[in-house]
Design a protein around this ligand. Structure first.
Ligand code: ADP
Length: 485
């Protein structure tokens, strides 16, 4: 069992309307530690009926919550933020246990996730409207921004805490209420957040977490007309399905879906900095983030030098193992299916002419541990060029001209993160403008921050999270036309 300073943060029940509760059927789902396969605990296997109840409670809680002064909502959010930081170590332990990432990365995610709550506590007070010069005599035109209403959120297992705070903080700041369904693989981080929300004074019904059957709960979230907005982070396939389901009730949607991030190393780049960029972006969370580098394009003139520097750095930088063990910075992959996908991409690439420069296979530790891998001579014809990898493979492609590499980088249905390294200011402007992505990291492999808008174009999704734009997704505009003055 987990050793926590505050064991009451480890909850095995769902949180609806301020109550900890079980599934109506009494059924439960077991949750494993991916590093050991051990069962960590159980959560209720809820379905449509409990989702319906949570939505009704969130709806009842909406009116009084939106009626609070923004500064009072902000104060509650600030307390929630403070409690996350105070309990950082316990939250990180819960996360490493259920998700597998190293304790250092887990602590980083708690600080990062908490930062969204702090940011949106501040933004709560700055939801400004407009006045517009009228188009007819005796009239006045005003634009107010109002909370959209009850929101539902479905979140993934790769960032079990931050993907919730990125949605819940702007929703609550705006005056909305929320029902969250975390991934069934990582529900304990979400339930710990609910406990801290309770302690912070978030009123009953304002923030709810239900666990269980994704298809049933997702079905209720999308069909129920009381839910005005759905925010989803996960695969493009499930996002597409939820979008179709939401058509029946014309819900506002925020979708943070898959990526296939290019990382371009131009011949004028600082190669050592570019290697650092790959290490930071590619292997974070063992390659299991939607902004992880997926394809590394290296200009002919520096291809060999860059590959040897990268291989050397990969070999000396990473220690694979249980995220709780000192020095480990590469945890296991989330499950066997994830390992099979990585293996299939490597097999496909090798069968079409790629070479393994580092790693390339399951780690000697067994289970779902995988060696940090570098592949050379990768081409656009290989599966690794088309599919999101979600694992620790760094595939190296060659290119010769700017036009060629921009075309290759854009040759995907995804458009989330992109990266490039160059020191030529003209090239930086041209390439940044030409990349069809929602985010561009220039001379950096890390771009996510609560102050900046995270999100994609094309089939990577809709909406933005974080920054001043992030709260707009939870607001609706109301236009007042006042006549007869
Ligand atoms: P991943 O490949 O990262 O597991 P998914 O898109 O399958 O991504 O999962 C992200 C979230 O979507 C999880 O909370 C999961 O339970 C949920 N989910 C999966 N399938 C469905 C579905 N059919 N309807 C609603 N939610 C779903």
């Amino acid at each position: 069992m987990l050793t926590l300073k505050d064991p009451s943060l480890f909850k095995q029940q769902a949180y609806i309307n301020g109550q900890w509760c079980d599934a109506e059927s009494g059924e439960k789902i077991a949750v494993n530690n991916p590093a050991t396969g051990d069962i960590l605990g159980h959560v209720p296997k809820m379905g449509a009926s409990e989702a319906n109840r949570a939505i009704a409670n969130a709806n009842a809680a909406w009116k009084p919550w939106r009626a609070l002064l923004a500064k009072d909502r902000a104060a509650i959010l600030r307390r929630w933020h403070g409690l996350m930081l105070e309990n950082c170590e316990d939250l990180a332990i819960i996360m490493t246990a259920e998700q597998g990432k190293s304790l250092t990365e887990a602590r980083g995610e708690i600080a990062y996730g908490a930062a969204y709550i702090e940011w949106f506590a501040e933004e709560a007070k700055r939801i400004y409207g407009d006045t517009i010069p009228a188009s007819a005599p005796g009239r006045r035109i005003m634009v107010n921004k109002e909370p959209i209403g009850v929101c539902a959120a479905i979140t993934p297992w790769n960032f079990p805490s931050a993907m919730i705070t990125r949605k819940a903080a702007p929703a609550l700041a705006a005056g909305c209420t929320m029902v969250v369904k975390p991934a069934e693989l990582t529900p304990f981080s979400a339930l710990a957040l609910a406990e801290l929300a309770r302690r912070a004074g978030v009123p009953d019904g304002v923030f709810n977490v239900i666990t269980g059957n994704p298809v049933e709960i997702g079905g209720e979230f999308t069909a129920n007309p009381t839910v005005r907005k759905l925010s989803f982070t996960g695969s493009t396939a499930v996002g597409r399905l939820l979008m179709q389901q939401s058509a029946s009730s014309i819900k506002k949607l925020s979708l943070e879906l898959g990526g296939n991030a290019p990382f371009i190393v131009f011949k004028d780049a600082d190669l050592d900095a570019a290697v650092e960029g790959v290490l930071a972006s590619k292997y974070r969370n063992s390659g299991q983030t939607c902004v992880c580098v997926n394809r590394i394009y290296v200009q002919d003139e520096v291809y060999d030098l860059f590959s040897s520097k990268l291989v050397e750095a990969v070999k000396k930088s990473f220690v694979v193992g249980n995220g709780f063990d000192a020095g480990v910075n590469q945890g296991p992959l989330i499950n066997e299916a994830a390992v099979l996908k990585v293996e299939a991409q490597i097999d496909d690439a090798l069968s079409k002419g790629a070479r393994v420069l580092a790693g390339g296979k399951r780690h000697a530790l067994g289970g779902t541990f995988f060696e940090p891998t570098v592949l050379a001579d990768v081409t656009q014809a290989m599966a690794v060029a088309r599919e999101e990898t979600f694992g620790p493979i760094a595939p190296l492609f060659r290119f010769s001209s700017d036009e060629e590499v921009v075309a290759m980088a854009n040759d995907t249905e995804f458009g989330l993160a992109s990266y490039f390294f160059s020191r030529d200011i003209g090239r930086i402007w041209r390439v940044a403008e030409q990349l069809e992505y929602g985010m561009v990291g220039i001379n950096t492999g890390i771009l996510s921050s609560e102050v900046a808008p995270f999100g994609g174009v094309k089939q990577s999704g809709l909406g933005r999270e974080g920054s001043k734009y992030g709260i707009e997704d939870y607001l609706v505009i109301k236009y007042w036309c006042i006549a007869g003055m």
